[in-house]
Every structure is written in structure tokens, then in C-alpha cells.
Ligand binder design. Structure first.
Ligand SMILES: [Zn+2]
Length: 236
């Protein structure tokens, strides 16, 4: 194999590695995951706001329900005491007045309980609605996270074997040429050589000057010019 052919084979191996690496870090599942996570962040914020609005009303409703329940018991007890009582008329009148007072309090407590119930129901509904909207997004997020790990593991496996093949190809290039190649690769990435394509370096797309173009054509085998823009070895 000629030196030029060996450099070309190495360039192709590196470009392949570069494509697979880019694929691994730009999976479509990753951008979908970002969208889903955005949506979930929005829903979490909406849920926090809905729960902040719901909490005090729900607490007030529960307090009102407990108070109504307490008064109901108290009224019941007084009724029982009254019906079983053998006390004198004066004492009975006191009990009767207390019962009327408790019934009045109970009426007001039940009104408050009902008002708060009417107020809390839509707030409860909103909290449940947000939770059920988040459910499929949470499931999709878990699925995407699993998919991304799987895809990355399989691409990583592919990269390991591509890098092995690349080392094999690098051994076919002379030490001096390989040093120039690796230097350009480390500086600009993707590959350390590029193909001259219609007078342009296909690594950085710059048009070569007519002089450079002619020089790149007329060089003896195994001599490669560097692209004046990106520094990659130019393959005729
Ligand atoms: Zn270039």
C-alpha cells in the first residue's frame, strides 16, 4: 500500500469514528428527553402552585368539618340529657338554652363547611389533573433514559472496535507522516487529513489557491501538503 493510500485509509477510519462519536452524543432520544424534562419542570411548577393554593383551603375545610362534627355530638348529648332528665324546670331551661346555642353554632359551622367544600373541590381537581398529565411524561422520561443508555452502550462498543481498526491502519503509515497527521488531528479534530475535492479541502471547505492546488497535484508520491487553513494533510 502506498503512503498516500495508507493516510487515506487512516483518514476514513478517523472520520468514521468521528461520525459514530457525534451520533452517540447527539441521539434524537436525547433531544426528546430534554423536551420531556422541560415539560415535567413546567408541570412540577404548576403542581407546586396548585398545591400551595389548595393546602390552606383544604386545612380550613377539614377544621370546619371537625368543628361541625364536634358540635353535632354536643347537640346529641344535650338532647339525650334533656329527654332523660329528671331535673327541675330551672335546670331544664338552662339545658334547653345551651342546646339552642349549640344548634345555632352547628348551623353556622355547617354553612362554613359547605362553602369551603365548594371552594376546595376545583383546587383538588386541578392538583389531580396536573398529576395525571405528568404521568405519561414521567413514564416516557424513564423509557428514554433507558433507551439512551442502551444506544450509547452499543455505540461505545462499536467505537472500541473502530479504534482498534484505526490503530491497525495507523501502523501502516510512516512514523514521520503519522506525527504530522496526529498533530493536525489533535488540533482540528475529526481527521488529520482531508481530500482535495474540486479545488477545496474537504475538511474545512476552504478553496485552495491555484498555486497550492497545482503544488498538491505535482508532488512526488508520499509527500503531502498541509491545508493552509485547517492544517490537515491534503490528499490528491
Ligand atoms: Zn482544510
Amino acid at each position: 500500500m502506498s503512503e498516500t493510500a495508507a493516510v487515506r485509509a487512516l483518514m476514513e477510519a478517523d472520520r468514521w469514528i468521528d461520525r459514530v462519536s457525534a451520533q452517540r452524543s447527539h441521539l434524537p432520544e436525547m433531544s426528546e428527553l430534554a423536551t420531556v424534562e422541560d415539560e415535567l419542570r413546567g408541570l412540577v411548577k404548576a403542581l407546586q402552585e396548585a398545591q400551595a393554593a389548595q393546602a390552606p383551603v383544604r386545612t380550613a375545610y377539614e377544621d370546619a368539618a371537625r368543628e361541625a362534627e364536634r358540635l353535632r355530638h354536643r347537640a346529641n348529648d344535650l338532647e339525650k340529657t334533656l329527654s332523660a332528665s329528671t331535673a327541675n324546670a330551672r335546670e331544664l331551661a338552662v339545658l334547653q338554652r345551651e342546646l339552642e346555642h349549640v344548634r345555632e353554632l352547628l348551623g353556622r359551622a355547617e354553612d362554613t363547611e359547605l362553602e369551603l367544600l365548594i371552594e376546595v373541590e376545583p383546587l383538588d381537581d386541578l392538583v389531580s389533573a396536573i398529576k395525571s398529565r405528568a404521568q405519561p411524561a414521567v413514564a416516557r422520561r424513564a423509557e428514554l433514559q433507558r433507551l439512551i443508555l442502551e444506544l450509547q452502550a452499543s455505540l461505545e462498543e462499536e467505537l472500541v472496535s473502530l479504534r482498534e481498526a484505526r490503530q491497525e491502519r495507523a501502523r501502516a503509515v510512516s512514523a514521520e507522516m503519522l506525527a504530522r497527521y496526529d498533530h493536525a488531528l489533535a488540533r482540528v479534530g475529526a481527521s488529520g487529513a482531508a481530500q482535495v475535492d474540486q479545488g477545496r479541502c474537504d475538511g474545512c471547505r476552504i478553496a485552495l489557491s491555484p498555486l497550492d492546488f497545482d503544488r498538491s497535484k505535482g508532488l512526488p508520491e508520499g509527500t503531502l501538503l498541509a491545508c493552509p487553513e485547517c492544517g490537515r494533510l491534503l490528499l490528491p
